[in-house]
Design a protein around this ligand. Sequence first.
Ligand code: 6GU
Length: 308
Amino acid sequence: TPSALDVSAAAAIAAIHAAIPPAYHRPLVAIVCGSGLSTLADTLTAPAFLPYASIPGFASSTVAGHQGVLAFGLLAGTPVVAMLGRLHPYEGHALPAVCFPIRVLARLGVQALILTNAAGALNPALQVGTLVVLHDHLALPGLAGMNPLLGPAQPPLARFVPLSDAYSPALRRLAFLAANDLGLPDEATAEGTYAWVSGPTYETPAEGRFLRAAGVDVVGMSTVPEVVAARQEGVPHVMAISLVTNPVIIPEGYRSIKEEVKQELAGIAATIPAAATVSHNEVLEVGVEKGPVMRSLVERVVARVAAG
Ligand code: 6GU
């Protein structure tokens, strides 16, 4: 007997097939558009749109800059499907709800999944605007009791999913060839390890220091549950690209109020500045500014995937 997951995924696919022209029923590549990539829809030829709300089992995205629409169309002449806006655990979506659309895209038969996101840089060598092709991740919630695959086994899907090569080396290679196609300067792209945190708070200084000490290059609140679900679903090639929208400042020390009080009592003016903070607006602005570069890169990767 089919599992509950199989039944709901089949219902979602039936709704998609009923609403979308047959030419788009088997997209080659699926793309998840994070903050900054939703303009990808403008690049699709002959697009067909389907709101998440009209697909059974799809939750709706509630974040500014995330539309909540599935877009089908041709990118670089190749049929693709794009999630314009993604679901995040911090919105209150349970992990199975976050993963469900990915499972549906996987079952449409996509050969490759390209995920994009906005992230903060912990590696001080990464400038704002850099496109970081992920080669590994650190799933803090996953290690600590919030793994996306917790729950009953879903045969025939694997119970224990290896993630040693979760990020396709072949697709990552195409990303750097695509960057060369576009004439991007060397510093426009990098490789790195992504830390998934649940958010919605940004990191405290101690948390930033902790993640950096663990070898993390960029940090964000998405992507990893989707990567894990896609790998369990057996999507042949998964890649993720982070757009660095802000540095995560890791101060050497901290502002010592005790020292300030001692100086104050000694009649000396305070000299220690307050710490910098990150804002969601800053994240969205860099997304708008650098989104087109990310879009061109994804388009060139799709062209290269299609060329085989
Ligand atoms: Cl600094 N932290 C997290 N967790 N997510 C982010 C970010 C920072 N910047 C963009 N997304």
